[in-house]
Write a protein that binds this ligand. Structure first.
Ligand code: MN
Length: 481
């Protein structure tokens, strides 16, 4: 690994990039060797780790950045030696040039060399961000691994949690008394998602812990914008309609798609991630903190970009927020106690949803054939929910709210699920039973309605869409009888 700048020079066009070309000569011996880390927003974000040695900067590109925890090693791709004056370089490499994109000085300092061979480099770093012992070892070809030898720098460091199930709200019919103890927010009509950001990469998980990153390429830029921050966020993925309302029906166009199909619909139905909570930030589990403190941390992250926003919250202002949500035709509002911690996977009373229109998920247990204009097609869905004993209770049938597209989609989904017997614990009224086809109760539909009847049916139900983010067995009656 003797210092060579030929590769560096042949890879770059002197007239077209602001990068330095090695005017600076070797520094006097006996000075402490230096290291630099540059955050490089190239086609793929990475951190360039460079060590001054033999008159050049020996370099590795580390896609996820230097590891903070000895338990996790990061890939480090050995790259061409860079000239010494690259030590101070920061700026914009023009698009189309080699490594096009922004370069930010991320850390600088000196290092002690402990070991140096063609396959292993062990150093102790004395930087502003990075201090401690690191080892780089060659695995195959240009690929090396970067390992932190010392314990995490921060003595209070906690590893990033995994597989968090979002905390859920209970349904309330009215605002809580003592509004000053609560924060109020608009309720968004989309898909809940926990987003994990590490090494500039964002990964999204749904309520049922499915990885849904591939369906929402918009999140890629959020990861890059977060840079080296390590975050776990809670929020809602939404599509806005022309009036600025989040519209679950529009989001449905995107939900099950991946790959090229997503890219085709990204312009038509762009998705925004609305972030309303932070569960982990840079080595700190924030879930035990009161909501007010978590919000302060979240607002400090300034997560506002083309496809992600931190919507405002309004402590103490329930009446005004509720009226604004009605005026704007929103689904409802959320009330969150300012002093309450975050309990993943729990449905808690200190988060409450107060809806303007009533809505809830229902399990599809069968369907009837249509009549008149819909003859030969689907007429209505038989719907129900699980009670405390785990029985599927019949809650009526829904025959409106379908578009010709959702009718066809539903028929396609329902046909393979057909079965002979009713999945409901209650008898289905004979007028429907005769023309019904029963199905395995696995599909979950979002239903809007006016109220629950005394005998446990939905009045004026209207179909809003199918949900793919929750298991049917989780569907319960949200408002107690
Ligand atoms: Mn680079």
């Amino acid at each position: 690994m003797a210092g060579q700048l030929e590769t560096y020079t042949t890879m770059r066009d002197k007239g077209a990039t602001p990068e330095p070309f090695g005017a600076k000569k070797r520094r006097p011996r006996k000075t402490q060797p230096r290291f630099v880390v540059q955050e490089h927003h190239a086609t793929a974000l990475h951190w360039d780790f460079r060590l001054e040695r033999d008159g050049v900067l020996v370099s590795w590109a580390v896609p996820k950045g230097p590891p903070v925890d000895p338990k996790t090693n990061h890939l480090a791709v050995h790259t061409e030696d860079h000239p010494l004056d690259y030590f101070d370089f920061e700026g914009e490499i023009p698009k189309g040039q080699y490594g096009g994109g922004k370069v930010i000085l991320w850390d600088r300092g000196t290092y002690d060399e402990e070991e140096w061979s063609d396959t292993k480099v062990k150093v102790v770093l004395h930087g502003e961000r990075l201090t401690g012992e690191y080892v780089l070892f060659k695995t195959k070809g240009k690929n090396w691994m970067m390992h932190r030898v010392d314990p995490p720098q921060d003595p209070a460091y906690e590893p990033m949690p995994e597989d968090l199930v979002p905390m859920l709200a209970t349904t309330a019919s009215d605002l809580p008394p003592r509004q000053r103890d609560w924060a109020f927010e608009f309720k968004w009509d989309g898909v809940r998602a926990i987003v994990y950001i590490d090494g500039g990469r964002a990964r999204a998980q749904s309520r049922n812990l499915l990885d849904i990153t591939g369906s929402y390429p918009e999140l890629r830029a959020l990861g890059e914008a977060a840079g080296s921050r390590r975050l776990v966020l809670d929020g809602e993925l939404v599509v806005f309609d022309a009036q600025g309302r989040s519209d679950f029906g529009l989001l449905q166009q995107r939900m099950k798609l991946t790959g090229d199909a997503v890219r085709r619909l990204m312009t038509q139905y762009p998705v925004t991630y609305l972030v309303f909570d932070v569960l982990y930030a840079d080595g700190r589990n924030t879930m035990p903190l009161p909501y007010a403190e978590r919000r302060t941390i979240l607002d400090g992250l300034d997560l506002n970009g083309a496809h992600w926003q931190t919507p405002p919250y309004f402590p103490g202002e329930g009446t005004a927020v509720r009226q604004a949500s009605i005026d704007r035709g929103f689904e409802g509002i959320m009330a969150k106690r300012l002093d309450a911690a975050y309990y993943p996977g729990k449905r808690v009373d200190h988060w409450r949803k107060v809806k303007n229109v009533r809505r809830q998920e229902m399990v599809v247990g069968g369907w009837t054939r249509g009549e008149g204009a819909r003859a030969g097609h689907l007429g209505s869905l038989l719907i129900g929910y699980y009670d405390e004993q785990g029985r599927l209770r019949y809650a009526g049938h829904v025959g409106t709210g379908f578009t010709s597209k959702t009718l066809l989609d539903l028929e396609k989904e329902l046909k393979p699920l057909a079965r002979k017997d009713s999945p409901f614990a209650d008898p289905v009224p004979t007028s429907y039973a005769k023309k019904s086809t029963y199905v395995d109760p696995v599909l979950v539909a979002e239903i809007e309605f006016t109220e629950w009847t005394r005998d446990g049916k939905l009045r004026h139900p209207s179909f809003k869409g199918l949900r793919y983010d929750k298991p049917a067995t989780d569907v319960v009656r949200e408002e107690p009888a």
